[in-house]
Write a protein that binds this ligand. Structure first.
Ligand SMILES: *Cc1c(COP(=O)(O)O)cnc(C)c1O
Length: 396
């Protein structure tokens, strides 16, 4: 019975019926099939860099050389495209390799609109790498659509969004951004960095956004053990095609093992994200009620300025939050230092809970409040996480 069902599912996959199944099912089955040579249920890791040609010189199985394509990368790309409701995905060696491939697809003199609190690495890519090619950028508060509309220029080619944002968890109205781009003309593409939300909570393509990217380093892999990134498209567009060239010939590709590990992580993604979000909601409520805390930034809280939009475009508030402690930098650093369960480290989306003083990571130019701490809420029990924060906030 089970074997039969698996076979049917395989056929369904081919004919697209899997697309109507729920995300928990697709996270496990999309892009996968039982290994035809051995019956292995978990896809083997294809370390081979090169693949045999048929006597007529063709590559009948679709693989020739692993920089161009590899069975493990293909399975992961198909699965991630499916989870986002997209047509196609490209895997890269890191989230920033994706950003580089996208910005590289623009022409000299083109203009990008990006959030003023965008992931700091994107500013580096635009300024330090492509500034010499005259790629211009302006950074605006994307939680204000009027400002976005006013900042569009005749040479704007890309509106880059990131929601929720880092570290203030600001929410951008994705359908609103898509409408601004449409009104500006077909030359303006939109992209959403959905790393903080994952396709379990938010699917930007459904709101009319053209491209989605993720640092798969974070929730998608989910165990803080692989660096990677993905770009996903809804329909044909030239920036995706140029990124494809960059993947093939720029060569910033992930290894087969990295792809295998990421795809393994994705199997449990819907359950992990639900656990992260439930824990974060409890931690946020605890912090909000604590006298040592000034403000909590969590889109799942009704008091968050982006809550109404988040409730429309996200299934839950996610696993990331930040809070401002009463006092300044010193009180924040001390509280982080006293944590015993939360690990003081950067990055996010893994099973371990992490705490970070963002202003000191971002350096002297940082606009992040000095009393702010960012949490990546992990999958430990919420009671233990709350107890750790309580002792960190209440110790003399
Ligand atoms: C980590 C991160 C990136 C960069 O990804 P890497 O995999 O570290 O290169 C980009 N955007 C967001 C929102 C991130 O959190």
């Amino acid at each position: 019975m089970w074997v039969k069902w698996r076979k049917r599912l395989r056929n369904f996959t081919r004919h697209g019926t899997l697309a109507v199944m729920k995300i928990e099912t697709r996270a496990i089955h999309s892009g996968r099939h039982t290994d035809p040579a051995t019956g292995a249920v978990s896809q083997p890791i294809y370390l081979s860099t090169t693949f045999e040609r048929s006597p007529d010189g063709e590559y009948p199985r679709g693989f020739s050389y692993s920089r161009e394509n590899n069975p493990n990368r293909q399975a992961l790309e198909q699965c991630l495209a499916d989870l986002e409701g997209g047509a196609e995905a490209l895997m890269f060696g890191s989230g920033l390799a994706v950003a580089t491939a996208v910005v590289q697809g623009l022409e000299a003199g083109d203009h990008i609109l990006a959030p003023d609190d965008v992931y700091w690495g994107l500013r580096k890519v635009i300024g330090d790498m492509f500034g010499k090619w005259n790629v211009e950028a302006s950074y605006v508060d994307m939680s204000d659509l009027e400002r976005v509309r006013a900042a569009v220029r005749p040479n704007t080619r890309l509106i880059w969004t990131e929601t929720p944002s880092n570290p203030l968890m600001k929410i951008t109205d994705l359908a609103g951004i898509a409408a601004v781009a449409r009104a500006a003309g077909p030359q303006v593409m939109t992209l959403c960095d959905g790393t903080f939300a994952t396709p379990v909570l938010q699917r930007p393509l459904e709101h009319g956004i053209d491209l989605v990217c993720h640092s798969t380093t974070k929730y998608l892999t989910g165990h803080s053990d692989v660096v990677g990134g993905v770009l996903i498209r809804r329909h044909d567009n030239y920036l995706f095609e140029r990124a494809r060239v960059s993947q093939k010939y720029g060569g910033a590709v992930p290894s087969p093992f990295d792809c295998w590990l990421t795809l393994r992580g994705v199997e449990t993604l819907p359950y992990r994200v639900r656990g992260h979000a439930e824990n974060a909601a409890r931690v946020a409520e605890f912090l909000q009620a604590h006298r040592a805390v000034e403000t909590v930034h969590y889109p799942g809280l009704a008091s968050h300025p982006g809550h109404a939009i988040a409730a429309r475009q996200m299934a839950a508030g996610g696993g990331m939050l930040s809070f401002q402690i009463r006092g300044g930098r010193e009180e924040a650093m001390k509280a982080a230092a006293r944590c015993e369960l939360f690990i003081r480290a950067t990055s996010l989306g893994g099973t371990h809970s992490l705490i970070e003083h963002r202003a000191s990571v971002e350096g002297p130019a940082s606009k992040t409040p000095q009393n702010l701490l960012r949490l990546s809420v992990g999958l430990e029990h919420a009671d233990d996480l709350i107890a750790d924060l309580r002792q960190a906030l209440e110790a003399a």
